[in-house]
Design a protein around this ligand. Sequence first.
Ligand SMILES: Nc1nc2c(ncn2[C@@H]2O[C@H](COP(=O)(O)OP(=O)(O)OP(=O)(O)O)[C@@H](O)[C@H]2O)c(=O)[nH]1
Length: 475
Amino acid sequence: MALKDLWGRLATWATTPEGEPKPPAGEPDAPTIPPPPAEEPPPLREPDAPDQVPEPEPGIGDPPDAPAPMQARGPGHLLPPVSGIPGFATPAPAEVSTDGGEIPQAFRPTMPTLPVVPGLSTDSGPAPAAEPVEEAYEVQAAEVQAAAPAAPDAPPAPQPAPAAGHAAPQGGFFSRLKAGLSRSTARLTENLTGLFRKRRLDEEALEELEETLILADLGLPAARRIVGSFRRTRFGKEVTDEEVKAALADEVAEILAPVAQPLRPDWGVKPYVVLVVGVNGTGKTTTIAKLAQNYRAEGRRVMMAAGDTFRAAAVEQLQIWGERTGSTVVAPAKEGADAAGLAHEALQRARAEGADILLIDTAGRLHNKAGLMEELRKVVRVLRKLDPEVPHAVLLVLDATTGQNAVQQCKVFREMVDVTGLIVTKLDGSAKGGVVVALAEEFGLPVHAVGVGETAADLRPFEARDYARSLLGLS
Ligand SMILES: Nc1nc2c(ncn2[C@@H]2O[C@H](COP(=O)(O)OP(=O)(O)OP(=O)(O)O)[C@@H](O)[C@H]2O)c(=O)[nH]1
């Protein structure tokens, strides 16, 4: 196994949330963004020159009548995900409390220098200094270090570009979803199988069913609703585990159906402005990159704003994604720059350059809830000085591996900003996929998409029935 792969796995193992075993072996070694079609319209701007006001490029602002294919960039474009780099590895879940005011953050190891990536400028300078240590951060770091094998500090080996053609993960989305949810499925169905081997559905069985659903992260309200429905329709009947699974899948699909609403930007609005929020490490930046890739593949002109100005690596990460997807990135001039000012500049540029969509990244890590709330509200306030209608969408990115904590995060972020929809990431390998049902039942917010991996193809519109059947291990 290549050193970098070993690294990626160690880092993932080290930061896997409590109760989550190692990810299954056999996952792709270097998942990649799928290969772009042969040609691509020029990027709106070079990503590394955000401060200059560009001359409008020919064709900018033209409606994308026919989808403009992505530019062939050679193997350098088919880069392994940034997450393969230690330091970008999946962080531990961030606990959010609604009462304490503090927003403890996910653990991130000291930022490494970025590896040499063929085909890209890698002049990223020295590794940024470690982020300031807060108490919660220290605790998490200590826990992770105790649990993990020693992680060397050496920068990762240069990553070879994957061979052309090695891009899209194998199998359809449904099979990837099903495979990704296999641990959630196991958690839910193992108990069911024990419970309902030809058994009368009495009060005791219903209680055990409720417990099983709660343990599978569906949350108390959804568990009660489902059990209530079972009581009404099947009480006293003999049922098998297969019947229970099928009936459960229907109940779950019924809860999920109203929230399964794909993100449908209004392309008549230019630019359609999307603010992306969430605790650090949930996958905001990666999700923005995936959205960018998908919209670019549709021929849209995409601009991204690197609003996580406190984390130099996040800005760098977005710049790399900008290169990969052929999208413009508006980056802060210096670390810690005012995020609202950056968002303002990005919206002005997006208008001037005829972008179809502006995706604004935000920091998830600030000293406390009040600080984060102030920053997010300021971003919105400043954007609205330019256009009272923006942002058109506020997406909250939640990490499924955090289970019920994602529900807490949703509560907290809804107090801060007007969240219009959710994206749930890292459903691959999480045993807590049931949390999507809890989110649907408790908030009724649209779930626009789910992420089951690190490639653009791994972010897909959320389908209620597919999800419910995958969760129950049914085809
Ligand atoms: N397995 C898996 N990993 C994902 C998914 N989405 C994101 N990730 C990984 O999660 C890690 C964190 O993602 P980021 O996009 O950096 O998270 P973030 O929320 O932007 O973090 P901050 O910039 O610190 O606020 C990266 O290693 C991503 O590759 C997913 O659906 N599945």
